[in-house]
Design a protein around this ligand. Sequence first.
Ligand code: CP
Ligand code: NVA
Length: 299
Amino acid sequence: MTKRDFLAIDDLSSAELADLIALARSMKIGRYRERPLEGKTLAMVFAKSSTRTRVSFEVGAYQLGGHALFLSSRDIQLGRGELIKDTARVLSRYVDGIMIRTFDHADVEELAGNASVPVINGLTDLLHPCQLLADLLTIEESLGGIGNRVVAWIGDGNNMANSWLNAAALLGFELRLACPKDFLPDAEILARAKSKTKVLVTSDPSEAAAGAHVVNTDVWASMGQESEAEMRVAAFRDFSVTPEVMQCAAQDAIFLHCLPAHRGEEVDEAVFEGPQSRVFDQAENRLHAQKALMATLMS
Ligand code: CP
Ligand code: NVA
C-alpha cells in the first residue's frame, strides 16, 4: 500500500474528510476504543514553538496505543545542516509517521518526498491543515456542519487564511476575507479557490462578516515575523474582531481562533470570552481530529 501524507487539507478528498470528522466525533464521545497505533511511534519535528500541536499529537498518539517523540530541530542534526532528505530516510527506518512544523513549505514537501512513512504538516509559513480539521469538527458540533455556511476571515492572509481557502475550494462553501491590501493570501491558492467556489476579498471586516456563520481570525504577526510586529500593529489596526463586527454576523454565528490569541489586537476580550466564542472547544478538537488523522494514515 502506498503511504499517504497530509501536507494540505486537499490531500484528502471531501468524502475522506467527512469520514475523518465522523471518526473524530466518535473518538471524542468515547465510542471508539481501538488502539491502531499499538507499538507505533510518531516523530514530531519542531522548528517553531507549539503548545496545542505538540501536546495534542503526543497525547493523541498515547491514547491510540502508540508513542510520540518530540524532536526540536535545534537539538537534532537537522539544525546543524543534515539534509532534509537524509533526515527523512533515517527517521523512516525508526518511526511509523513524521509530523513536522517548520518555516518553508517546500521543506515539508521534500521531507514527504523522501520519507517512506506518512508525513503530516504541523504548520508551515504557507499552511496549517491540522488546524482546519479541528475547525471543521468544531463547526460540525456547533452548527451541524459546514454545508452552505458562510465563513469570514478577518486579518492576515497567512497560513490559516490559505488553509481556509483550500478548505473552501475542496468543500464548496463561501469564504470572505477581510485583509489589509498588502497582506493578502497566497495568490495561487486564492486564484484556485476563486475558480472553485465563492470567495470575496475586501478590506472591510464588516462586509466580510455580514451574515456570516463563522467569524475567524489569527494573530497579526505569525511565528517568524516577530521583527515586523510593530509595523503590523499599525497595518492591521482596523482588522480586529470587535463586538461590532460580530453584530454584523448571523445571530447564531460562532467565533473561532486557532490560538494563541492577542486580546486587544486581532480580537477584543469581549468577543474572545463571549458566548459566541468556541475557541477552547476548537483547541480541544485538535486532539480528536489528529487522533482520527493518525488512525487514518498510520494504522
Ligand atoms: N493552533 C496551534 O497550532 O497552536 P500551537 O502553536 O500552540 O501548536
Ligand atoms: N499564523 C500563526 C498560527 C499559529 C498556530 C503562526 O503561524 O504563527
